[in-house]
Write a protein that binds this ligand. Sequence first.
Ligand SMILES: Cc1cc2nc3c(=O)[nH]c(=O)nc-3n(C[C@H](O)[C@H](O)[C@H](O)COP(=O)(O)OP(=O)(O)OC[C@H]3O[C@@H](n4cnc5c(N)ncnc54)[C@H](O)[C@@H]3O)c2cc1C
Ligand SMILES: O=C(O)[C@@H]1CCCC=N1
Length: 390
Amino acid sequence: MAGQVCSLYDTIVVGAGIQGSFTAYHLAKRGRETLLLEQFPLPHSRGSSHGQSRIIRHAYPQEHYSQMMAESYRLWEQLEAEAGVSLYRQTGLLVLGANTNPEFQCWCRTLVKHNVPGELFTTESLHGRFPGIRPYHGEVGVSDHTAGVLSADRALRAVQDGFQRCGGALHDGEKVTDIKPGVVVTVTTSRGVYQANSLVITAGPWANKLLAPLGLQLPLQTLRINVCYWKEKVPGAYGVSANFPCFLALCAPHHIYGLPSNEYPGLVKICYHSGSLADPEERDRLPETSALPDIQILQDFISKYLPGLVPEPAVVEHCMYTNTPDEDFVLDRHPKFRNIIIGAGFSGHGFKLAPVVGKLLCQLTAGEEPSYAMEPFRIHRFPALPAAAL
Ligand SMILES: Cc1cc2nc3c(=O)[nH]c(=O)nc-3n(C[C@H](O)[C@H](O)[C@H](O)COP(=O)(O)OP(=O)(O)OC[C@H]3O[C@@H](n4cnc5c(N)ncnc54)[C@H](O)[C@@H]3O)c2cc1C
Ligand SMILES: O=C(O)[C@@H]1CCCC=N1
């Protein structure tokens, strides 16, 4: 089979994480002949979309994401209805910070602007309402009642099944090894050769490996994230059934966030919103120094802030972030090859927005006017890209 052109598609999508899967789903729903290629047998835990849970929230300090969230919630609901599965559980989100913190004020402003139902908490009312939290002196909170938890693995499966129900072809365990640009793009994989009128690259932490032969390197950092679970001293005290919310503590230099115990009974997921630089091919090779500063930071935080948890992680799983310098996504055409569309740099917050990201990448592929202003997501916002690439 290798070396032989097997089929011509309207679009080939490389990478069946949540972004590529939603892009392929929207394309197939519009009747476009679509091939979705994934290097690993599915499901897998090597990229960014695996695991049981992700936070979804209307609350966003940046206006461009706040605007997209209403549609994203609707599209998640539509997928739930189509698939006949429940993917979302409402828990609320509590954002915690000093009331003098400009970022905290920004969260409050966008919540009000978008009429998101929620509440403001003083230091005293925080402790009264959430006895499991010991707020810092002068700390306040604001909540987003609409926020909750998405069942990530189940969601990924549901969107891939939806894509296939619409006639899409999903080939897993098939790695893309070469891309030849042109009016018709030729894609070589570990199993064959395919052609398409357009190509979408949604390769998560592998994005730059696929883009290098296409003369483009985006300023992406790939980070290994420790996904830590912490044991409740009283089982369920920080659980969904006790109405404990997701939370986001606006700590410097990086935030700390948590989800109520649910997926692993008695364990609360609390993570540091950053990690250590790592090649996705060598994610689990630890750096020379075995110190894990993020886990130490989390331990200190939990000892002082969440006294009902054992300040020693009970479970540590791993995942990858692919960060841009401004932590905004890249959703754009290749600067030279206009029928190659790129979705990358989801910077640790892209899951909740994947239904809209997929729609936007589909619109770019179809040559349509995207539904949202695309300026924050353009490649040209990075001035230091090598001139040869542009
Ligand atoms: C610990 C953690 C917590 C997070 N929490 C949240 C949260 O609470 N809320 C939220 O909204 N977001 C969250 N995120 C972010 C979100 O999960 C990511 O933004 C999203 O999963 C990125 O998806 P992706 O499709 O871009 O990448 P990936 O899931 O990595 O998918 C890319 C795919 O491309 C495939 N691929 C790469 N190269 C090739 C090739 N050559 N040939 C074929 N296939 C290839 C890879 O195997 C992979 O499956 C979190 C992320 C992590 C890691
Ligand atoms: O996107 C999210 O909600 C999570 C939590 C905050 C930091 C990043 N991911």
